[in-house]
Design a protein around this ligand. Structure first.
Ligand code: DX5
Ligand code: ZN
Length: 223
């Protein structure tokens, strides 16, 4: 599977957004990670429906919408997404997970299920035909700048062998939270192929976005 970088847009400087998006397009960034939080499922608010619509108007990079909201199946129609986009819903956020995933696929987008650090892989047992990917949270969702929960590395490798063993090697693994340059190498080796790059890597004030992306690609390319 090809490695893909999905910068976490909640970490981007809103005052220079168009410049950031131009840089991402020049660097061949594969997705834009859009964190949507409702203050209930996670104790924070971040980006919203208008932000997604505005980004789609000015940028061709597919969206990677991370819904950290209660009952997402009731709110999917609030968002604009389609062919080429990823929409992730949390297994912990609804009693109707299969319904939410089916709705996402019906809109032509890729349906991903997101798992918090303590959620076991067995929640996937009866939805393997409904998912295009699994997003492993390496932190408890809600805030940037946190430290990776160590058990997530073993969880990624278990997930990769679980999926391959059941004949779902086409299902991708995304990882979100403290995906630093060092952690990205370990996560890649464990089996992840989509990396949410936030304050721990590309959005670091010590170097330019271009340099951060180039270093990220070099690190995961070598892993
Ligand atoms: C956490 C968010 C992540 C986070 C990534 O809830 O989903 O996207 O912003 O940023 P860092 O790299 O700072 O963890
Ligand atoms: Zn996220």
């Amino acid at each position: 599977m090809t490695d893909k970088i999905s910068p976490s847009m909640m970490c981007a400087d809103i005052t220079s957004l168009t410049k950031t998006l131009d840089t991402f397009e020049k660097c061949g960034i594969e997705y834009l990670h859009i964190d949507i939080m409702d203050g209930h499922f996670v104790p924070n608010f971040t980006l919203g429906t208008d932000y997604c619509k505005a980004i789609k108007k000015i940028c061709n990079i597919p969206l990677d919408i991370h819904l950290m909201i209660e009952k997402p199946e009731e709110k999917l129609s609030w968002f604009q997404f389609g062919e080429g986009d990823i929409v992730s819903v949390h297994a912990e956020s609804t009693a109707h997970l299969q319904k939410a995933l089916a709705q996402i696929k019906k809109c032509g987008a890729k349906a991903f299920v997101a798992l918090n650090p303590s959620t076991p892989i067995c929640v996937l047992d009866y939805i393997l035909d409904d998912i295009d990917g699994v997003m492993i949270m390496a932190v408890n969702p809600g805030f940037a700048g946190q430290k990776m929960v160590p058990s997530c590395l073993e969880k990624i490798s278990y997930l990769r062998s679980y999926l391959d063993g059941k004949g779902y090697s086409n299902v991708e693994i995304e990882v979100d939270g403290n995906v630093s340059f060092e952690n990205a190498v370990k996560m890649k080796k464990a089996g992840a192929n989509i990396f949410v790059a936030g304050t721990s890597s590309v959005f670091n004030k010590d170097f330019s976005l271009e340099d951060g992306i180039a270093l990220f690609r070099q690190k995961i390319g070598e892993a």
